[in-house]
Ligand binder design. Structure first.
Ligand code: URA
Ligand code: SF4
Length: 193
């Protein structure tokens, strides 16, 4: 089922980011993943390579996952916005109409994958899933619940790359995530069949 959705995303023309992108990136991971990580939008490397979180922020994220024995292969990784928003070849935050155009794809992915835990990375992913009254500075590391799915808010790894003091905060939060996964009896070590 993800296959069909992936095709729709790869060919999507629903917002103006389609004109400037190299690749639209649906995300990657098993379609029965128990955990999803959702970022904001593609950066330069993701746009070029056609994969989510493969630039500097992605390397930091992968290290965090590995530090609690999670492997990228066993989780689903994607973004709210599946193309790269840019200005003068620099990243910019996605606009509200871009988020609104792209969000149905994330909703469909969640519907198909039915994860037990969704880790939101940064404010955009958090507010897209839980609404504007939540802010990341207040609730990072504190699990929330929506439709019987646990939403676990974390800072965006790009913030930790830019401001190293956030690395410690993110490391602490990922340890809390590990406890949540343990409590929910979500297997960390075993490879998915
Ligand atoms: N930042 C994001 O939000 N997503 C990526 O895939 C890469 C960087
Ligand atoms: Fe389509 Fe989303 Fe890309 Fe816009 S950002 S073109 S809605 S896939």
């Amino acid at each position: 089922m993800l296959n069909e959705l992936n095709k729709k995303i790869i060919n999507c023309q629903k917002c103006s980011l389609a004109k400037t992108r190299t690749n639209a990136v649906p995300g990657e991971g098993p379609d029965n993943a128990k955990i999803m990580f959702i970022g904001e939008a593609l950066g330069e490397q993701e746009d070029i390579q056609g994969r989510p979180f493969v630039g500097p922020a992605g390397k930091f994220l992968t290290g965090l996952l590995n530090s609690i024995n999670l492997q990228r292969d066993n989780v689903f990784i994607s973004n709210v916005v599946k193309c790269r928003p840019k200005i003068d070849n620099r990243n910019r935050p996605p606009k509200i109409d871009e988020i609104n155009a792209c969000k149905p794809y994330l909703d469909e992915q969640i519907e198909i994958i039915k994860p037990k835990v969704i880790v939101t990375l940064g404010n955009i992913a958090l507010q897209t899933l839980l609404g504007k009254k939540f802010t990341i500075t207040k609730i990072h590391g504190k699990p929330q619940e929506k439709n019987r799915t646990i939403i676990f808010p974390m800072h965006h790894p790009a913030v930790a790359v830019r401001f190293p003091k956030f690395k410690k905060v993110m490391q602490e939060d990922v340890e809390k995530l590990k406890e949540v996964l343990k409590k929910e009896k979500i297997q960390l070590f075993k490879k998915k069949e």
